[in-house]
Design a protein around this ligand. Sequence first.
Ligand SMILES: Nc1ncnc2c1ncn2[C@@H]1O[C@H](COP(=O)(O)OP(=O)(O)OP(=O)(O)O)[C@@H](O)[C@H]1O
Ligand SMILES: O=P(O)(O)OC[C@H]1O[C@H](OP(=O)(O)OP(=O)(O)O)[C@H](O)[C@@H]1O
Ligand SMILES: [Mg+2]
Length: 283
Amino acid sequence: MIRLAIQKSGRLSEASSQLIKDCGINIVNGKGKLKATASNFPLEILFLRDDDIPGYVADGVADLGIVGENVVAEKAKDIHIVHRLGFSKCRLSLAIPKADTYNSIADLEGKHIATSYPNILGDYLKEQKVNANIHEISGSVEVAPSIGLANAVCDIVSSGSTLFTNGLKEVEVIFRSEAVMIGSPEVNAEQQKIIEKLLFRIQSLQRAKNNKYILLNAPKDQLDAIIELLPGMRSPTILPLAEDGWYSVHSVINENDFWDKIESIKEAGAQGILVVPIEKMIL
Ligand SMILES: Nc1ncnc2c1ncn2[C@@H]1O[C@H](COP(=O)(O)OP(=O)(O)OP(=O)(O)O)[C@@H](O)[C@H]1O
Ligand SMILES: O=P(O)(O)OC[C@H]1O[C@H](OP(=O)(O)OP(=O)(O)O)[C@H](O)[C@@H]1O
Ligand SMILES: [Mg+2]
């Protein structure tokens, strides 16, 4: 049995639960219950405040945790990142009132900065050789300048709309974050096996998300050019159509260069192109 700690409620909770579900793991969680056991996988889930997750994993109370990289860096515990999960991407930035001038980080010398991330900010300022006063507050950080609590803030930014609404502008990005799976340094061989089984499923899901299944029709004389453009997992599947001289080509293409590929195969003579999502992809 392994224990996985996820956020109880907040920005990470839905995606974390969905990930477990997509791995085919069945969790029945009564409302308000802070611990649940999977019915079809040796896994127990703890629902916690995200700030507490690195500590629980470091102490070995949980074997795994899903948390923002920003929280891992802030808590600086003896844990390692087992896998990057690619959701909840955001950045930790310094911001100041819109009307203030800003040339460089040196402008913050002697200023007051409100943040929930005193350690990451403290390390950054030290590295930049800037002396500023850090005020730790646990939330609603963006309001600090307008109520006279600080000259600047250091907080999470995603779309930038919270900064904008509060009359602030982003001046430095000091940390980039995404959700990560963290692991305890002390797991036994049997638990390690279960962790690997879970990671195998997560990787199959992530790979599937990054690729699409593609089907198209091509005349015989264009087949070689199209096959060249669509290497697939091993090589594309080629099936003859009922109409003589025509073939159906099936392959897998990566999300990154998707539209470029589509244009090239169209130019090469492909017709009736269908693109289908892949649910799981196992190499
Ligand atoms: N606007 C955002 N866009 C994307 N990711 C975000 C955003 N805000 C926060 N995150 C990420 O999600 C994590 C959790 O954010 P959330 O706001 O739910 O935390 P919290 O209020 O500290 O929650 P808790 O009540 O569990 O302590 C953050 O640590 C960060 O990694
Ligand atoms: O750049 P944006 O897209 O506006 O996102 C940034 C905001 O999102 C987070 O707060 P959240 O909404 O999670 O509320 P919280 O303060 O209760 O954590 C974060 O603390 C910022 O305030
Ligand atoms: Mg928190």
